[in-house]
Design a protein around this ligand. Structure first.
Ligand SMILES: [Zn+2]
Length: 171
């Protein structure tokens, strides 16, 4: 074996090493218990990794790893789930992370609730054109007090986000 081919390893091994070194989600900075890697909007799962057997030198391996995004489960779901109709959840989450004092658990709850509400509204084929009409609409739904309260809290935060965005645009 020549010297150059000895220094080459399969790409999947560089990725495995890279994965082991990660501690925090690049998106929300959560300490990672389970690590997800994404490349160009695709999750790099085990079966995909297994196919990356090409032997490359260390530099090529590092360059490849630099194109990977390290995410927690929640952020991966945010990136891969179908878009929502009523709410722009990605920028909303980004706003909560960077400009509000909400903690991560609350941020997740707001996003999950709005996603659920979006599904509910979409499957009911209802069209509401403002947060206020959404509030009135959900008040009439047969929901438990806890669910309803949760929706309203999330909607309040979403409205706050919309106001901040439109306020920023005016500047
Ligand atoms: Zn995350």
């Amino acid at each position: 074996m020549s010297n150059s081919s000895k220094n080459k390893r399969q790409l999947k091994h560089y990725i495995a090493d890279f994965k082991r070194e990660q501690t925090y989600c690049s998106q929300c900075q959560t300490l990672l218990t389970r690590i997800f890697l994404m490349r160009h909007d695709q999750v790099l799962n085990k079966s995909h990794l297994y196919t990356l057997k090409e032997r490359v030198d260390e530099q090529t391996g590092m360059i490849f790893c630099a194109t990977l995004r390290v995410l927690c489960r929640f952020c991966t779901e945010m990136e891969t789930l179908p878009p929502t109709y009523y709410f722009d959840l990605r920028p909303f989450r980004q706003y909560l992370l960077s400009q509000s004092n909400a903690n991560l658990v609350s941020i997740r709850e707001y996003v999950v609730r709005l996603r659920r509400l979006d599904e509910q509204l979409s499957s009911a084929h209802t069209k509401q054109d403002s947060i206020q009409s959404l509030r009135e609409y959900i008040d009439k739904l047969p929901l438990s007090m806890t669910t309803l309260r949760g929706y309203h809290v999330a909607l309040n935060r979403y409205e706050e986000y919309l106001l901040t965005v439109s306020h920023n645009k005016k500047i």
